[in-house]
Design a protein around this ligand. Structure first.
Ligand code: BES
Ligand code: ZN
Ligand code: MG
Length: 501
């Protein structure tokens, strides 16, 4: 898709579809008045008749009948001018693409003046285009017809109408940034959407290697099962034991050109399929469990774009890829397993495998002596109960780190909400036979128990845990920039966090 930024008059713009964002109470808006005059006032009359007011997410399609150089005009409601927030721009960008596709428009023009009044040109462009690129994503690896239809309908050109050449430069820069970030997000979405039979631990290693090979700033270390045994990663290895697909530890490093001002470790949960193990999941709960490596996929999405961001931070991306399968060799409820540092873990439920794997992953990450440690994990159904499908939980030991993640989350539009890790709940993960147990108190604070468990392995390294069980995967199209499957949650948030350091 080609993006051009031009300063042209509305009636001169040539395209299949002209998109005009309009505020609620459209009459005062100069661009709207201009359009209305071309119709001799008929546009407003008609919109009044169909009850279009310019509310958020409201749309109206108007044929131009030769009044303009475009066949149709799409009015996109922005709602109240005083209440617009950055994420609304993503929704507009997403809706613009989806509508254009629906209308078979190949050449689309977008009038940007309205949002340039509330946001800087660069922010307008990067945020709108994040939504746009998000909406262009489609995963049809198993559906050839749909794939064909999708590519037939793809929009070929977007003409962004804005006045002034300094604006144009900033808009181009913003759009480029969005394009780059979206490449990372799309990597993550692809990895999550690929079935677990194909996206095995070994395949994740292969993809990590390809990413590492693509830039001289990146390097990679991979540990196979033997090397993990040597390192005494008994917790992760126990989870892996029931599977035919063998486990791997992946460690990516980004080193900046200049001397790094900080070293950050990002750890992802990489369970390529979660049957629950012998504590078997019910069928309904198992269907989407190819998504249980979404944390690791976010790490890979981040590393896809890291070399282009040119940050002066050393970044370590770490995940242990395992499959939580079931066989005669599978680890059992009631087993005690031993993590890399000798901590013994009482396995009360083999379906709480994420934290058991992460125990070794966090311990491994701490060997790199990072200034901060962040993990992303599809860890608990309880977090979805607490915060719903669209908000991730954040917990940790360092208030400043959590503040930084919250700030990044506002910028990226990926919502997170803090849950406490109270000392008085420490006994929820207390075992009668080992150092710690892998489930919390029955029927309460399940997401927090996950956090309290991990806290032990994070030690005194400043650490934050993102429970992304809800927002990593969606089975409804909740917003136009997402579709059924992986959402890529975390990639943009991590980028904004690292940029903010
Ligand atoms: N992968 C699941 C968590 C999950 C559930 C992610 C639903 C996405 C959607 C995790 O491994 C798990 O099964 N956790 C258990 C923990 C419990 C046994 C303490 C859960 O949430 O039920
Ligand atoms: Zn599980
Ligand atoms: Mg979900």
């Amino acid at each position: 898709m080609q993006l051009r930024v031009r300063s042209v008059a509305i009636e001169k713009a040539s395209a299949d579809l002209l998109i005009v964002p309009v505020w609620k109470g459209l009459k005062q808006q100069p661009e709207f008045q201009e359009l209305n005059e071309l119709w001799d006032g008929g546009l407003l009359n008609w919109l009044n008749q169909i009850g279009f007011e310019g509310n958020k997410r409201e749309t109206a399609i108007v044929p131009s009948f030769g009044k303009l150089g475009v066949a149709q005009v799409l009015l996109l409601g922005l709602g109240d001018r005083k209440r617009i927030v950055a994420d609304d721009l993503r929704l507009i960008g997403g809706a613009a693409y989806k509508k254009a596709k629906e209308l078979h428009a190949k050449h689309v023009a977008l009038l940007s003046e309205p949002f340039l009044q509330s946001f800087s040109p660069k922010e307008s462009a990067s945020t709108v285009m994040e939504g746009w690129y998000g909406a262009t994503y489609a995963f049809h690896a198993y559906h050839e017809e749909a794939k064909q239809k999708e590519s037939d309908r793809a929009v070929q050109e977007l003409l962004w109408i804005a006045h002034g050449s300094t604006n144009a430069k900033a808009i181009e820069k913003g759009a480029d940034e969005a394009k780059l970030l979206s490449q990372g997000v799309h990597v993550t979405r692809d990895l999550v959407n690929t079935i677990a039979h194909e996206m095995t631990p070994k395949e994740l290693v292969k993809i990590a290697q390809e990413i590492a090979d693509s830039s001289s700033r990146l390097s990679i270390t991979v540990l196979d099962q033997k090397e993990m045994e040597k390192k005494k990663m008994g917790a992760a290895l126990a989870v892996a034991r029931g599977a035919v697909n063998k486990p791997y530890t992946v460690h990516l490093v980004y080193k900046p050109k200049k001397k790094a001002k900080k070293r950050i470790a990002i750890v992802g949960k990489g369970v390529t399929f979660d049957t629950g193990g012998l504590s078997l999941k019910p069928s309904d709960g198992m269907v989407t469990m190819k998504m249980d490596m979404a944390g690791a996929a976010a790490v890979l999405g981040l590393f896809k774009v890291l070399p282009s961001l040119d940050l002066d931070i050393e970044v370590h991306g770490i995940f242990i890829a395992v499959e939580n399968a079931i066989s005669a060799e599978a680890y059992r409820p009631g087993d005690v397993v031993t993590a890399m540092d000798g901590t013994t873990i009482d396995i009360q439920n083999t379906d709480a495998e994420g934290r058991v794997v992460l125990a070794d992953a966090l311990l491994y990450a701490r060997e790199q002596e990072p200034h901060a440690l962040v993990d992303l994990a599809t860890l608990t159904g309880a977090c979805i109960v607490a915060l719903g499908e669209e908000i991730a939980g954040v917990m940790g030991t360092d208030a400043r780190l959590i503040e930084r993640l919250k700030k990044a989350s506002v910028q990226s539009g990926e919502d997170i909400w803090e849950l406490p890790l109270p000392d008085k709940y420490a006994d929820h993960v207390k075992s009668r036979i080992a150092n710690i147990k892998n489930v919390g108190a029955k029927g309460q604070a399940g997401a927090i128990a996950g956090g309290l468990f991990l806290k032990r392995f994070a030690g005194d390294t400043p650490w934050a845990h993102l429970d992304i069980a809800g927002p990593a995967f969606t089975d409804r199209e909740m917003r136009p920039d997402q579709s059924y499957g992986g959402t890529g949650f975390g990639v943009k948030l991590l980028v904004r966090y690292l940029q903010g350091l």
